[in-house]
Design a protein around this ligand. Structure first.
Ligand code: ADP
Length: 590
């Protein structure tokens, strides 16, 4: 049974281990997943913050760049208006100016302000005069009336255009204003042309890529010359590609999960592979400014933050792991201690069992010795009825001879009664010698005590001790075993007789008292009292001579065990004179 148990528990132990390792594996997996998700979130949050910062910086760059372009072109924008009322130009129309002088004036002005060319058109848009700056000013007489900047200029407004020279690919910014020879309307147009290259040349080096697209999506200005005249379809979707287009602007793929204007430029060339693209319209010259801010640094910063967080997490998990290990070691130690305790308890249980067995043997030995002690009383007890039987039988024979049948029957009845008494004595003797492990049963306590006293009486007489019973009139039923209870009472009464014998007026009182739920049997003597009351229930404790007829020191210890097995108690105390032994038994409840 025990082996079966240990097998079972071994299997359970292994099962627990597998469960634990499976559980911790799952836990590790979950923690790893949580860590990855957490790190992803940290990366996303910090990158988003970095991109927001970058956007703020980008807006500033954009505003600065747009301001710079507007500042650069502003003088050229003002110039036609200034020239429109200049007498040297108006003189061209009323004949007061020398054409050669006008050309000189235009040339000097163009050179002074850094314009590409300045020229004057008549009311139909033909070139009347042009500066000689060597950069290909229009030829005299060339008809430019269809150019977009001419009609507004002829109505008195400022005409402007962004043009690309088909032959050279030069990008030109053009401003035009009416020339007023007299009162409006204007009689001609003065045109100032600026080369975009000249503007870009003045720009300082800017790490962010800037482009300025016109209404058709063409990159008109940029701080990266490679991008000039590429068609940025995204800037003006739906418009047909103009003939000046040099190629397509690098395609971008939106990466807007962290920022709406974050784009990837896989084949960007001079553009960064991933950028924040910000735009800003410049209605003053019909351009839209764009900036492409490299996001790699922001990504690296977010990566670094994530790395630091991962380091923190790693340190924390290492700490937690170490803590867990410590706890596990502690648990192991506790388990080892518990196992040691269990082993110890098993050993104690085994010893207890051995002791109990030894005690059992002692009880049996004591019982046999008590039997020896009792045999004297019993033989005396048997002799009496046997003698009576003999007398009755002899009498019966005589009565039969005389034909006195009725008296003979009476004698035979007496014989049967005496035989019954003998049978009872023998039955008690047998039961007494046998081991009786039965549970307590209802027993007539008065009767049992009376029977014990009957067995003790011959010895009492022999020793000259007076036995004084005080038994209840009615039946008092307690929980016990009849014969075992008799054995105990007989033992205690015999001890009391031993103690009282030889003293003055030796006497042993035996009382049975109803205590309500319990019954008390008390045996008092007027002997010398108990010398060591706390030791009398110890096995082999005796103050009598060791010997077959005298003390073995087992009687009281066996009695103690027997009364305990009934659920009762046995105790003793010294009186003013003598000793009292008290048995308390539970009453059998009806
Ligand atoms: P035994 O009678 O063989 O000595 P018991 O266990 O019956 O063994 O008694 C143990 C001891 O208890 C006795 O030796 C005696 O010293 C003491 N004892 C028992 N009953 C009395 C009593 N009524 N008065 C004084 N001493 C007693």
């Amino acid at each position: 049974m025990r082996a079966h148990d240990s097998r079972l528990s071994a299997r359970g132990w292994k099962g627990t281990l597998t469960r634990i390792s499976r559980r911790s594996g799952l836990l590790a997996l979950l923690s790893a997943a949580a860590a990855v998700i957490g790190l992803g979130a940290i990366f996303a949050i910090s990158l988003r913050a970095e991109l927001a910062d970058l956007e703020a910086r980008g807006q500033a760059v954009l505003a600065q760049a747009a301001g710079r372009v507007l500042g650069q072109i502003s003088p050229y924008q003002q110039l036609p208006r200034l020239l429109s009322r200049d007498p040297r130009l108006t003189g061209l129309f009323d004949g007061s100016a020398e054409p050669g002088e006008v050309v000189d004036f235009l040339t000097i002005t163009a050179l002074t302000v850094g314009a590409d060319a300045i020229y004057v058109l008549d009311g139909s848009g033909r070139v009347l005069a042009a500066s000689e700056t060597g950069r290909g000013a229009p030829a005299i007489g060339e008809a430019l009336g269809r150019r977009p900047y001419v009609p507004p200029a002829l109505t008195g407004a400022l005409g402007r255009a962004l043009e690309v020279e088909p032959a050279t690919g030069r990008r030109q910014i053009i401003f035009a204003h009416g020339v007023f020879a007299g009162s409006p309307p204007p009689t001609g147009v003065v045109v100032v042309r600026v080369n975009a290259d000249a503007l870009e040349f003045a720009w300082e080096v800017e790490p962010a890529v800037l482009t300025f697209t016109d209404q058709r999506g063409l990159v008109f200005l940029s701080n990266r010359t490679e991008l000039a005249l590429l068609l940025d379809a995204a800037a003006a979707p739906g418009t047909p590609p103009p003939p000046e287009t040099r190629g397509a602007f690098p395609a971008r793929r939106p990466l807007h999960w962290l920022h709406p204007r974050w784009v990837a430029l896989p084949d960007g060339g001079v553009l960064p592979p991933r950028a924040l693209e910000l735009s800003r319209p410049m209605p003053q010259i019909d351009l839209v400014a764009h900036v492409f801010l490299d996001t790699r640094e922001a990504e690296a910063t977010a990566g670094l933050v994530t790395l630091v967080a991962a380091g923190g997490m790693l340190t924390l998990s290492a700490l937690l792991w170490a803590l867990g290990q410590r706890r596990r070691r502690l648990a192991d130690r506790l388990a080892a201690e518990a196992a040691a305790n269990a082993r110890l308890e098993a050993r104690v249980a085994e010893r207890t069992r051995q002791l109990e067995a030894a005690q059992e043997q002692l009880v049996q030995a004591g019982r046999l010795s008590a039997l020896g002690q009792m045999s004297a009383g019993i033989s005396h007890e048997l002799n009496q009825p046997l003698a009576a039987i003999r007398a009755y039988a002899e009498n019966a024979v005589k009565l039969l001879d005389r034909g006195r049948i009725a008296e003979t029957r009476g004698n035979l009845g007496e014989i049967a009664g005496q035989a019954e008494r003998i049978t009872r004595i023998i039955r008690n003797l047998r039961a007494f010698a046998r081991n009786e492990p039965e549970p307590p049963v209802p027993v007539d306590i008065g009767a049992a005590v009376a029977e014990a006293l009957r067995l003790a009486a011959p010895r009492a007489r022999e020793e000259g001790v007076e036995l004084v019973p005080d038994l209840p009139g009615g039946r008092l039923i307690g929980l016990a075993g009849e014969v075992r209870l008799q054995q105990v009472v007989l033992n205690i009464v015999n001890n009391a007789i031993d103690a009282a014998a030889g003293g003055e007026a030796p006497r042993v009182e035996v009382t049975v008292e109803d205590l309500g739920e319990r019954v008390a049997i008390r045996v008092r003597d007027n002997g010398p009292g108990i010398s060591e009351p706390e030791r009398v229930f110890e096995p082999f404790y005796t103050t009598k001579e060791i010997g077959a007829s005298k003390g073995l020191g087992l009687g009281l210890s066996i009695s103690y065990g027997i009364i305990g097995s009934f659920g009762g108690t046995l105790s003793c105390r010294n009186l003013a004179r003598g000793a009292e032994f008290e048995i308390i038994l539970r009453k059998a409840m009806p």
